[in-house]
Design a protein around this ligand. Structure first.
Ligand code: FHN
Length: 442
C-alpha cells in the first residue's frame, strides 16, 4: 500500500529562488519596488502641489456634464450622433497650457477616455475616437502633449476603466445598462483593449506624468488585472505615476493616492468612506463650480477665496490640489474659470513659497488653518481666526524668529506652558490667508 508521502521539502532558499524567478513574482516585485525614476517623480509631484484637471469630451456638446449619456439613459445609437456636432475650432493647446501656468499649476491631467468610451486621442484600436468621428479630425492630446513638453508642464492622462460603449465591458457593472449593448461580451478582451489604449498613450505622446484611473467602483468585484496593467505602464514609462480613484486604500503598483471633493481623511462629499490614507503622495480633486464636464447651467462657482483656501488646506494635509475645468465643445474655456485661475496664480506669485516644495507642517490642520514646512521654516496659514491671539501647540524645536510672509513684519511669538502664543497682525481686507513664518533655531 503506497502512502501519500509529502514530497521531500526543497531547501527553503532554493524554493525562494525558484519562486522569485517566476514571471508572476517578478511582476509582483516590480509592483512593490518602484523604480528610482518613479520615486523621483513622486518627489517632483509632491513639490508641484497644484495641477489642472480637464474633463473634455463629446458629451460637452450637450452642455450638461460628463454623465449625460447615463443620466438621460441615451442608447449608443443616439449618443453616437454627438461627435458630428463636436467641432472644437477654438481649441488652442498653447492657450490651455498658458492658462495652467498663469494659475500657478505645474501639471495637467486630462481625460483621454471617460465613461462614454470616446477616445479623445487617435487610438488605432477603436473607431470611437475624436479623429475618426468628428469633423475636426485632430488629436487634441497630441497637440496638448507637444505644448506641455514645450512649456515645461507635466501631462497626465485620466483613463476610465468603466466603459458605456464597448460591448465587451461585460458583465455590466452598476451603470451603462441603457446603452443598448448585447447581453454578452468578453471581459478579458475588454481588458486587452484597455491595455492596448494605454500602450498607445504611453508610446505616442512623449513623457507621461501619470495615468489617473477612474471607474473601478463600477465593478468592484471584477477581476481587473490591475497588476498586469500597472506593470505594463511602468514597463513603458517607469516614472509614470499610477493613481486609481477607487476610493479605497492604495493597491500595489499605485504611486499616488487621490481623494475626490474632500481633503484626505474627510468624507463630506461621500466619495471617501473607505479611503484609508496610505503612505503614497496624496492629491485631492475638486471642481470650480459643481460639474466636471462642461455644464452651461451650473453657475455655482466657488470664490477665489475658497479655492485658494482649499489649495492651502490641501498643502497643510500634505496633499496636492487638482482643480478641474470643463471646456466648452468649441474648445473655449468659460470666463468664470479663467478669472479664478488667474487670481489664484496672482496669489501664488506672492505666497507660493509657503506652498510649493513644502510638506504638511508639524501643527495639524485645524478649523482656524493649517501649517506647511520647508527646511527650517514652518508656515502657519491662518485662514479663519478672528482673534488677535492664536495659541499654537508646543513645537519640538525653538523658534528663532517669527514674521509675516507678506511683508516680513515681526510677529510676537511667546512660548508658554500651553504652547506658542502668536500675536497676529490685523488682517488686510481681501487677504485669503495670513501667513506667519516661524524660522526654527538651529
Ligand atoms: O464618474 C466620475 C466623474 O465623472 C468624474 O470623472 C470624477 C472625477 O474625480 N470621477 C468619477 C466620480 O467619482
Amino acid at each position: 500500500m503506497t502512502h501519500n508521502r509529502m514530497p521531500t521539502p526543497l531547501p527553503l532558499f532554493l524554493a525562494f529562488c525558484i519562486a522569485l524567478s517566476s514571471p508572476a513574482s517578478r511582476a509582483q516585485t516590480q509592483l512593490d519596488t518602484p523604480a528610482p525614476a518613479n520615486l523621483a517623480a513622486r518627489t517632483w509631484f509632491q513639490d508641484a502641489k497644484f495641477g489642472m484637471f480637464i474633463h473634455w469630451g463629446t458629451y460637452s456638446v450637450l452642455e450638461d456634464g460628463e454623465w449625460v449619456m447615463e443620466i438621460r439613459t441615451m442608447p449608443i445609437t443616439e449618443y453616437e450622433k454627438l461627435p458630428a456636432r463636436f467641432d472644437p475650432e477654438k481649441f488652442n493647446a498653447a492657450e490651455w497650457v498658458a492658462l495652467a501656468k498663469a494659475a500657478g499649476m505645474k501639471y495637467i491631467t486630462i481625460t483621454s477616455k471617460h465613461h462614454d468610451g470616446f477616445a479623445m486621442f487617435d487610438s488605432q484600436v477603436s473607431d470611437w475616437t475624436i479623429v475618426k468621428r468628428t469633423p475636426w479630425k485632430r488629436d487634441p492630446l497630441k497637440m496638448l502633449a507637444d505644448e506641455c513638453h514645450k512649456q515645461g508642464i507635466h501631462l497626465s492622462f485620466y483613463y476610465s476603466q468603466l466603459d458605456w460603449h464597448n460591448p465587451d465591458y461585460f458583465p455590466r457593472g452598476r451603470t451603462g445598462h441603457a446603452a443598448g449593448r448585447p447581453e454578452s461580451g468578453d471581459w478579458n478582451k475588454y481588458l486587452d483593449y484597455q491595455d492596448a489604449q494605454l500602450r498607445e498613450l504611453l508610446t505616442n505622446y512623449g513623457e507621461v506624468g501619470g495615468i489617473w484611473f477612474d471607474g473601478w467602483w463600477d465593478k468592484p468585484d471584477a477581476t481587473w488585472r490591475l497588476d498586469r496593467t500597472y506593470n505594463l505602464i511602468h514597463s513603458l514609462q517607469p516614472q509614470t505615476l499610477v493613481g486609481n480613484n477607487h476610493h479605497r486604500a492604495p493597491n500595489p503598483g499605485e504611486d499616488i493616492q487621490m481623494f475626490e471633493k474632500d481633503l484626505p481623511g474627510k468624507n463630506t462629499a461621500g466619495f471617501n468612506a473607505d479611503s484609508k490614507i496610505g503612505e503614497l503622495p496624496l492629491e485631492t480633486a475638486e471642481t470650480i463650480n459643481t460639474s466636471w464636464g462642461y455644464n452651461a447651467s451650473d453657475h455655482k462657482f466657488k470664490s477665489t477665496h475658497d479655492l485658494v483656501q482649499y489649495l492651502v488646506r490641501a498643502a497643510g494635509s500634505n496633499a496636492n490640489f487638482l482643480l478641474n475645468i470643463g471646456p466648452r465643445p468649441d474648445g473655449s474655456i468659460q470666463p468664470e474659470f479663467v478669472e479664478r485661475l488667474h487670481q489664484m496664480g496672482q496669489w501664488l506669485s506672492q505666497n507660493g513659497e509657503s506652498v510649493y516644495g513644502t510638506r504638511g507642517g508639524p501643527i495639524a490642520p485645524h478649523p482656524w488653518g493649517v501649517s506647511t514646512q520647508k527646511e527650517d521654516k514652518i508656515y502657519v496659514h491662518v485662514l479663519d481666526w478672528p482673534d488677535p491671539y492664536l495659541l499654537l501647540p508646543a513645537l519640538q524645536q525653538n523658534v528663532a524668529t517669527a514674521y509675516t510672509l507678506k511683508d516680513h513684519s515681526k510677529v510676537e511669538a511667546a512660548r508658554n506652558e500651553h504652547g506658542l502664543l502668536l500675536k497676529l497682525p490685523a488682517r488686510a481686507s481681501g487677504d485669503y490667508d495670513t501667513i506667519v513664518v516661524l524660522e526654527l533655531a538651529h
